[in-house]
Ligand binder design. Structure first.
Ligand code: SAH
Ligand code: SF4
Ligand code: F3S
Length: 447
């Protein structure tokens, strides 16, 4: 069936920050092609579902989303594109299962989206899950001029670690580092477009390496030090890191790079060494703890965050207790925790000792109680600190703005005359489990 070429679009991203970044780049590309984002309440001509394959529930949701889009309450259905990691992993199956899908495009091929839209409009097959040798980054258009205050910048992609539960090495391919100059140029473009904070992204961002402008080999710390000198940029963050790629230089950067924020997302997944071994994490609980100690030695106030999986095959009560113990030992500022989800094609999916749903539920509940309590305590401990909040959006109350602290906590402020994008001086005056209240420091002078 031929269709008219779309004029309005909507890109919906699920999953990790790298998908958010890819979604932004797809939006910018469609805009560069002369389309515009559909406004609120307007039915878009094309919907891009930028999907995540990490856990079963995330992957299955794609099919219900497609079903909903395919049968709108009024009018014609939009052109439907499935992008992201489900597209990469299950491209063929999507085409078979969901006949209303017009385009399937993988995470390394989305620079070809405009061509695929044209093909789909002609009624031709538009499936592209290549992992081409020439990088999408070489052909994507320049970054747009209207950036959010806090922007993402992918510097590294893919994963060679092959944790036994994880699909990412298959959906995103091998580890590659983008070249130094491309990253520095993109960072400048983001700042020119209004970004004040940049989060450097990668599935293993701290595995980034490359030659600098003088031909010297650098690691992520070298890149961070270069971006620290960028005028107009106020804050630098990075995620996600693997414990084995935490170099001496990167740890040192947390002690002396002014714009590098005191926050480290360093997933450990579990606290039991036999489970870590079965996960192929190639670190132990104690090597992880030593790493955290070294980071805290140079930056005592650093907020440490992590990811956890409960119910990995073979996990005994004692193994799970070891996870609770490492959480107590680290004392996290925030964390993400998940029930193990068996994924097609991964070694763990066929391991003995799969854990029942009831046991997983109970373990997740116990772990989350502990993590929530730690997060609340971390937030309470920041009361009284005078700090800066980067204002990112409007709050619900009149005059209220919401932004992030250096420790990545959400802070609400009622700030007369302040605008989104401002770095605003506050004193943290109240803390709940999920957010803080900041009192403008200017206002304190008169209090
Ligand atoms: N590269 C990062 C993040 C990968 S995905 C890292 O190594 O930490 C984000 C998180 O999803 C992982 O840290 C892990 O906690 C979780 N995850 C990955 N595969 C999973 C699975 N099969 N079931 C449940 N959680 C999973
Ligand atoms: Fe997945 Fe492990 Fe790679 Fe992280 S390091 S993306 S968890 S395989
Ligand atoms: Fe999901 Fe792919 Fe990210 S599987 S977590 S969107 S890398």
């Amino acid at each position: 069936m031929t269709r008219t070429t779309p004029k309005t679009y909507q890109v919906k991203s699920f999953g990790c920050q790298m998908n958010v970044y890819d979604g932004d780049r797809m939006s910018e590309m469609l805009s560069a092609e002369g389309m515009r984002p559909a406004s609120d309440g307007e039915a878009p001509d094309i919907v891009v579902l930028n999907t995540c394959h990490i856990r079963e529930r995330a992957a299955e949701r794609v099919y219900s989303d497609i079903g909903r889009l395919a049968k709108p309450e009024t009018g014609e259905r939009p052109m439907i594109a499935v992008a992201g990691c489900v597209a990469q992993a299950e491209g063929g199956e999507i085409v078979r299962r969901a006949r209303d899908v017009d385009i399937v495009v993988g995470p390394q091929a989305y620079h070809r989206l405009p061509e695929l839209v044209a093909k789909a409009a002609r009624g031709e097959n538009a499936l592209d899950t290549d992992m081409p040798l020439n990088s999408k980054f070489d052909v994507l258009p320049q970054r747009a001029r209207n950036q959010r205050p806090s922007a993402f910048l992918t510097v590294q992609e893919g994963c060679d670690k092959f944790c036994t539960y994880c699909v990412v090495p298959y959906t995103r391919g091998a580890e590659i580092s983008r070249p130094w100059a491309a990253i520095v140029d993109e960072a400048k473009a983001l700042v020119d477009g209004g970004a004040r904070e940049i989060t450097l992204l990668g599935q293993n961002v701290n595995a980034w390496t490359g030659e600098d402008d003088k031909g010297q080999m650098q690691g992520l710390d070298g890149l961070i030090r270069a971006l620290d000198k960028l005028p107009g940029l106020a804050r630098i963050r990075y995620m996600t890191s693997h414990p084995n790629d935490m170099t001496e230089g990167l740890i040192a950067a947390h002690g002396d790079v002014e714009k590098l924020m005191p926050f480290l997302h360093l997933p450990v997944q579990a606290g039991s060494d036999p489970i870590l071994k079965a996960m192929n994490r190639s670190h132990t609980a104690s090597s992880y703890l030593r790493l955290i100690e070294r980071v805290r030695a140079v930056r005592p106030d650093i907020a440490v965050s992590g990811d956890f999986i409960v119910g990995f095959p073979g996990e005994s009560d004692a193994d799970f207790e070891a996870t609770l113990q490492i959480v107590r030992d680290v004392d996290y500022a925030m964390a993400y925790s998940f029930k193990y989800s068996p994924r097609p094609g991964t070694p763990a999916a066929s391991m003995d000792g799969q854990i029942s749903a009831d046991v997983m539920d109970a373990r997740l509940k116990a772990l989350q109680e502990l993590l929530n309590e730690q997060q609340h305590r971390f937030n309470l401990a920041t009361i009284g600190r005078r700090t800066q909040v980067l204002l990112e959006r409007n709050g619900k109350l009149p005059g209220q703005l919401i932004g992030k602290s250096p420790w990545l906590q959400s802070i609400h402020v009622i700030a007369d005359g302040a605008r989104i994008g401002d770095m605003y001086d506050v004193e943290i005056s109240a803390a709940g489990p999920n957010s803080l209240t900041g009192t403008p420091l200017g206002a304190l002078e008169f209090a």
